[in-house]
Write a protein that binds this ligand. Structure first.
Ligand code: ZN
Length: 321
């Protein structure tokens, strides 16, 4: 029970949703508005809170209809950079209240909309813009936003490569959940432990990790599928996955030598996974590239698989550990 703003009596005021026809800036559409209902007068009405809320909902529907970012998307983009409404306005060189208005009652123009879209799609560009205005911000704000922008850059790069790899997988009609965090963890684990680690050996070690894990737990660690190449198993998309953020290699006279610059990524591995990784390291880590290739050629998995075909995980049961 509360006091009804319409009739001034105390009674139950329920909230009702009604579909509204609207024409705004020459565009017709419908949206759902919330009203309070007064049973005494049998009337719907809006208090100030609902009035603002309905206005925002209406304008968001309009924005989506004409291809502009709705207010909550603007807020989401802003929060990803850890900025207040005022701070984002400053970073973009706009009036102090611009973003506050866009996140409430004002529909942004196309130029500003394009700029907001661009800072979402292109965090590197935003970082440049932000750093140009660095005098405007505290050291703490600078550090926070730069860290968040860098995180966004890394995650977008990661997603891009992951999608490319998934695209490759779709050609082979295999549908696996590829886990880039685990790929990064495994590569850095071996890169940290082995001084001269090159592609061929690394890929075999990964195959052993995935297959020995499969033997024990009926699933692989990384979700990757391996093909039978003359030099042994190679995961589909191996040239892409080594470009994942957090994986580092040096091109030297022998090829790509992997180094670990992101030991923290190894923490993403579970206890069971680490156990298998240590086992693979103990057993195969010190072998030369030629020895490990030869060993691989002796595995049932390799003997039973046609050249360049995908190596079935079922053969993992034959690996002697
Ligand atoms: Zn009433």
């Amino acid at each position: 029970m509360s006091k009804c703003e319409l009739c001034n009596e105390v009674h139950n005021v329920e909230v009702r949703e009604e579909v509204q026809q609207m024409e705004f800036k020459g565009v017709a559409f419908v949206y759902k508005a919330k009203f309070l209902y007064c049973p005494s007068l049998d009337e719907l009405f809006e208090d100030e809170t609902l009035l603002n809320e309905n206005d925002k909902v209406m304008k968001d529907v309009y924005r989506k209809k004409v291809g502009l970012l709705p207010s909550y998307e603007i807020a989401k983009i802003r929060k990803e950079y850890g900025l207040s409404q005022k701070a984002l306005s400053k970073a973009l060189g706009w009036g102090a209240l611009t973003i506050t208005r866009y996140e409430t009652h004002q529909v942004q123009d196309k130029v500003h909309n394009d700029m907001l879209k661009k800072i979402d799609k292109d965090p590197e560009w935003f970082l440049e813009l932000f750093c140009e205005a660095k005098e405007e911000f505290s050291q703490k704000q600078l550090e926070k936003t730069i860290a968040l922008a860098n995180q966004k850059i890394i995650s977008m790069c990661n997603d891009k490569i992951l999608n490319e790899i998934k695209e490759l997988y779709s050609d082979y009609a295999v549908d696996d959940d590829i886990d880039t965090t685990k790929i990064r963890g495994i590569i850095n684990f071996f890169a940290e432990k082995i001084d001269y680690l090159y592609t061929v050996k690394l890929m075999k070690l990964m195959w052993y990790v995935d297959n020995i894990f499969y033997q024990k737990f009926s699933r692989s660690v990384t979700g990757m599928q391996y093909q039978a190449f003359p030099m042994g198993a190679l995961p589909i998309g191996h040239t892409r996955l080594i470009e994942l953020p957090g994986i580092h290699y040096i091109d030297d006279s022998m090829g790509r030598r992997f180094v670990c610059k992101d030991a923290k990524s190894i923490e993403a591995m579970s206890k069971d996974e680490l156990q298998v990784m240590y086992l693979v390291f103990e057993k195969y880590g010190k072998l030369s590239k030629d020895d490990i290739v030869e060993l691989m050629h002796g595995e049932t998995a390799y003997k039973e698989t046609e050249k360049f075909a995908i190596i079935d995980y079922k053969y993992s049961e034959d690996i002697k550990i």
